[in-house]
Ligand binder design. Structure first.
Ligand code: NAP
Length: 262
């Protein structure tokens, strides 16, 4: 199936590793010019080179902290200058730390509100002029399965990501008339450096890394932990022309882990 992504420009935030990198790789493989941001300049450069070498398509990048409005605006300006403005926005950020409610602090609530929620607000603000001009756009937020079922000891993720879901639904209604669709993708367990940090935390309960992975795998109907590309394929589909009648959805990619009906 041709997803209709050839020649499109995709801005992918927090894209140097893990799920963001996989999304950028998949979009580039489908013919997009990708514009990447993340904080560490050396890792970002290496990722840009990996993607360019693998797909042969144009890749631009600029160190960007998604917690800083001006840096998000500068990344969108790079997409404008080098590639005619974003057709596709994939929002992503580092995940909040492991905390129970009683371990949470006011400062951390503010910090993760800024990174988890305001980064999405600011990225949408930054790409909206290009998408409105083009009368077309795709906004896809990488959230977490925590938006469907809260995860133990991840209180910031469980609470703040639902604001992203509410925002996305609102945007899908307000921006639909401009040809812009908006989605959330909700990953379950995918093997990335981010997940490795959660594994290390679980190991404090006395299990080995292998035992943690096996325990999780047993709880997943398809019997395995996800690969970053499992999420990226959905993002590429939602970004393409075949998905033009889908908007306002929140789709989990979790091997069937989520037990609810809807
Ligand atoms: N992997 C999973 O199983 C899973 C499941 C559910 C939800 N998630 C969520 O999905 C998101 C991505 O997870 P991941 O597993 O791919 O994480 P990861 O492997 O740790 O990669 C995180 C990426 O985000 C970048 N990043 C972190 N903080 C940033 C910031 N403030 N500004 C810009 N870039 C930033 C990192 O680069 P720099 O450090 O250089 O900035 C890196 O490229 C997280 O929010 C995570 O909680 C992941």
């Amino acid at each position: 199936m041709d997803l209709g992504l050839e020649g499109k420009t995709a801005l992918v935030m927090a894209a140097s590793k893990g799920l963001g990198k996989a999304a950028a790789m998949a979009l580039s493989a489908e013919g997009c010019t990708v514009v990447l941001g993340a904080r560490n300049a050396a890792t970002l450069k290496q990722t840009a080179e990996d993607i360019r070498e693998t797909t042969g398509n144009a890749v631009y990048y600029q160190p960007t902290d998604v917690g800083v409005k001006e840096q998000i605006e500068a990344l969108a300006a790079l997409a404008e200058e080098k590639a005619g403005g974003a057709d596709i926005l994939v929002t992503n950020a580092g995940g909040p730390p492991v905390r129970t409610f009683e371990e949470s602090t006011d400062d951390e609530w503010q910090q993760w509100y800024n990174i988890t929620f305001m980064s999405v607000v600011r990225a949408v603000q930054a790409v909206l002029p290009a998408m409105k001009r083009k009368k077309s756009g795709r906004i896809i937020n990488i959230t977490s399965s925590s938006v469907k079922a809260p995860i133990e000891s991840l209180v910031y993720s469980n609470a703040l990501r639902l604001a992203v879901v509410g925002l996305a639904k609102t945007l899908s209604r307000e921006l639909g008339p401009y040809g812009i669709t908006v989605h959330n993708v909700a990953p379950g367990y995918h093997l990335t450096e981010g997940l490795e940090r959660i594994i290390v935390n679980k190991m404090k309960e006395g299990r080995s890394r292998e035992e943690v992975l096996e325990m999780w795998s047993r709880s997943i109907p398809v019997g395995r932990i996800g690969r970053p590309e499992d999420l990226a394929y959905l993002i590429a589909f939602l970004a393409g022309s075949r998905a033009s009648y889908l908007s306002g959805t929140t789709i989990q990619v979790d091997g069937g882990l989520y037990g609810g009906v809807m």
